[in-house]
Design a protein around this ligand. Structure first.
Ligand SMILES: NC(=O)c1ccc[n+]([C@@H]2O[C@H](COP(=O)([O-])OP(=O)(O)OC[C@H]3O[C@@H](n4cnc5c(N)ncnc54)[C@H](O)[C@@H]3O)[C@@H](O)[C@H]2O)c1
Length: 473
């Protein structure tokens, strides 16, 4: 078990605490704010509802969260120190003096700074690496790294193990890459607002209904390449390059954030979003991000690829009551319905994941399917035995009821963490030749593995199996 020290537990420190805890690290927090514990508790509740929902496998068991009375106490014995105090260089330097006094010999300080250079942060001889996250830290994968190359490499390994995607800056610059973009767009938005061209709500619509949708999945250059049509990037540059010198942009200039502009923005923003609390907006944002990220995982694009890479490192397997665990996962928000609990169709999806798990165990894996053989489902009966809420972790065991000839009959049991049975899913599959689309016997090694499971599971109770719709105990 590894241990992270979180120094400064506001918006970002709270997000880091959640990211570490939900990946199985113990976390020690120091923040002088008497409200820090409550605030981190709320961020953690949001994170628990969101991060596990990205994965089709369970994350490690959550680590332990503790609050410390001093920086020294939090840093003592820590494998990672993440500083996320307010963005003031003098404050950060003072905090680093205290951290350095308690830091292990090989240790370094990771700073969440949004724009201060690593060389300025490390000016007093402390080993500091910029490890810049994006809010919410528990959902967005990008981490910008800057500092001594050896320390950046070590930092990259740790953030990768947390399911994040490190991007090491090739040159040290203020504000790094992501925030420079955001500031460019922000400046342009402020001009449009000041010049009366668009309101806060209209500017947000222009982003989220149009190019914002493209950016999450292909970024800027790939998007423009497609915009160039069949001739691609060169055609795009020839066609639209000259427009850059048209008087479209005021990017080099910044509007005065005077009282009048601040009041206009605040009034419009209240009208646009004032009906919801910040926590409500955060939960809405997280639900939307989970849905988008789950969409991206299907093709492995952008952040979806990061999730798939991390998921492959999460442990699988195990047994309950002598039966193999064929699927273990948290219930994502996308599986819940208007009644607030897991939707009936999601129980079937859970069963298909468990069937896939059993197929892997008997050797009917990706390579086998690519060779032209698979199992097709012909009959399924689901018993809905208990309500399941979003975020609950379900472990599914599989009993092979029949495994001979073309037939594979499975009995899945979905257990909650407290051991309660949430559902059983009984399913019959026929082994199929993918070229002829007709049933056929499996290859000998798959048939043998299936027969071994069937023999080992024979004679066990299978209460609830082989009944008709409506049969209840
Ligand atoms: N908010 C963002 O979107 C964002 C994104 C990426 C990075 N960052 C960076 O993360 C850092 C923190 O930003 P934030 O948005 O979480 O600010 P915040 O104001 O929410 O949190 C700062 C926290 O630091 C605490 N603090 C102050 N002095 C301290 C001390 N001596 N020791 C320990 N804690 C102390 C405060 O009590 C507060 O809880 C900044 O460097 C910021 O630039 C912010």
């Amino acid at each position: 078990m590894s241990r992270a020290a979180i120094i400064g537990g506001g918006v970002i420190g709270g997000g880091w605490a959640a990211r570490f805890l939900l990946n199985g690290w113990d976390v020690a927090v120091f923040d002088p704010d008497p409200e820090a514990e409550r605030k981190i508790g709320e961020v953690l509740a949001n994170a628990r509802a969101a991060l596990p929902a990205l994965y089709d496998r369970a994350l490690p068991s959550e680590g332990t969260l503790s609050f410390c009375g001093s920086i020294a106490e939090a840093v003592e014995g820590a494998d990672w120190v993440q500083e996320s105090v307010s963005e003031r260089l003098d404050l950060k330097h003072r905090v680093y003096d205290e951290i350095a006094a308690a830091l292990s010999e090989a240790g370094f300080i990771a700073s969440s700074t949004s724009g201060l250079k690593a060389s300025d942060l490390a000016a007093k001889g402390h080993p500091v690496v910029v490890v810049h996250p994006f809010n919410p830290v528990y959902l967005l994968p990008l981490i910008e790294l800057s500092g001594a190359p050896a320390l950046c490499d070590r930092a990259a390994q740790v953030v990768t193990s947390l399911g994040m995607a490190p991007l090491t800056l090739r040159k040290e610059i203020d504000a790094f890459i992501g925030n420079r973009f955001q500031e460019a767009v922000w400046r342009e938005a402020l001009w449009m607002l000041k010049d009366g061209i668009a309101t806060t709500a209209e500017i947000d619509d222009a982003i989220r209904l149009g190019f914002g949708l493209r950016w999450a999945q292909m970024g800027l250059f790939e998007t423009y390449r497609i915009a160039g049509g069949e001739a691609g990037m060169q055609s795009y540059l020839e066609q639209f390059g000259p427009t850059l010198s048209w008087p479209w942009t005021k990017l080099m200039d910044v509007p005065d954030l005077d009282q009048a502009l601040i009041e206009t923005i605040s009034r419009q923003s209240d009208a646009q979003s004032g009906g919801k609390t910040v926590r409500e907006l955060e939960r809405l944002r997280d639900d939307n991000l989970v849905a988008i990220l789950r969409g991206l995982r299907r093709t492995g694009s952008g952040a979806g690829g990061v999730i798939l890479g991390h998921e492959a490192t999460l442990p699988e397997g195990g047994e309950i009551d002598g039966l193999p665990i064929t699927s273990r996962r948290a219930v994502p928000v996308t599986w819940t319905d208007y009644n607030g609990h897991m939707n009936e169709a999601a129980y079937l999806e859970l069963g298909t994941w468990a069937t896939d798990g059993m197929m892997q165990l008997v050797g009917a894996d990706e390579a086998y399917i690519a060779s032209g053989k698979s199992f097709f489902t012909v009959d399924t009966r689901i018993r809905y035995l208990d309500e399941v809420q979003r975020g609950e972790v379900l472990s599914v065991t599989t009993q092979v009821l029949q495994g001979e000839g073309k037939k594979m009959k499975l009995f899945h049991r979905a257990f909650k963490l407290d051991g309660g049975l949430a559902a059983t899913i009984e399913t019959l599959l026929l082994h199929t030749d993918l070229t002829t689309r007709r049933a056929c016997p499996p290859e000998p090694e798959v048939a043998a593995a299936l027969a071994r499971y069937a023999k080992a599971h024979a004679g066990r109770s299978a209460q609830g199996a082989s009944g008709a719709v409506g049969d209840r105990p």
